[in-house]
Design a protein around this ligand. Sequence first.
Ligand code: GMT
Length: 378
Amino acid sequence: SHADPLSIAVLCHTGAGGSGVVATELGLLMASLGHAVHFVGGQVPFRLSRRCAVHGPYFHQIGSFAYALFEQPYPELSAANTLSEVILEQGVQLTHAHYAIPHATAALHAYAITGRAPVMTTLHGTDVTLVGAEPAFYHTTRHAIMQSHHVTAVSQFLAEQTREVFDTDREIEVIYNFVDPERFRPVDNPQLRARFAREDEALLVHVSNFRPVKRVQDVIQTFAGVLSERPARLLMIGDGPDRAPALELAQRLGVADRVNFLGSFPDVETVLGLSDLFLLPSSKESFGLSALEAMSCQVPVVAARAGGIPEVVVDGVTGRLADVGDVDGLTQAALDVLDRRAEMGRAARERAIAHFHPGIVAPQYLAAYQRTLEQWQN
Ligand code: GMT
């Protein structure tokens, strides 16, 4: 019945990234509601620090196996094998796979092996948007999406994009990402803020994994534009391939002494809420969870008009949008938002609470789990 606790296995990326964060926070929520949640992964997910020995979520390490004849490790097979063990030993009823490949693929494989645990797949973006341009995984991704027992996407944009790229009209339920406004809240701590900026300086912030899609060079250029108009500082949180080029660009533009690279850490809410403006100029972004986390902290967002971002950031209300790569537009938007920082910050937090509260979103996932199970049983 609907009141019975569920037993769910979760496959997700475990590194720093929105999909793993959503999987983790959802798993923690489900565990707090009394459901058994079993994470299956190569390592403990980035933000899964608060685990309870009794109530979970539980973590199961995927075994690895090296053999001279294998040209490379076969992580999908190892994941399917460990997931099969967990399904059989823990009585898992359903697998929630975040990402079509490799996770839905591995989950469907375990379903075929065990004859149990139908698969609900949540699409987060890059496997769909990149496959649109790169056919190397076209058939495997399409198969994972078509064979999953239920599919959700984190934005309308991504649902439509998926149907287009894979030329299908299969049902894809949109369930937005969410943020906990108790944890992601404004931080009123002048002493802490003073470590990063003087009182008269605007504090800008960017959080990402510094991959090319994030366009961190546009973050630096936008910041330099703002700095030519008013005193400011920039916090760069995260790490990835474009960190060094971003630092170089900052040096070339003569703004490096105003930019603070803080590296990657899971509890970004400790500094997000100190800042005045969040920058997210990505070329592709199916949702933009980091922007939502900033909004929840009462920090307005300046972002590129890309993918699902306009479903999160309301142009002119909770921040401003500009075209991808339009650094002058982003700079103007940033200056405008800084002038209206208080009002837009309040609107941003209100929007996060009204539309993206865990109390709104988690029940949608729970209902989707229950529906997936019922339809599979019948
Ligand atoms: O884009 C990233 O840096 C990471 C990636 C991931 O898989 O974690 O993020 C994707 O999923 C997030 C959670 O749903 C979304 O907020 C991001 O917009 C999406 N990234 C892209 O579409 C590029």
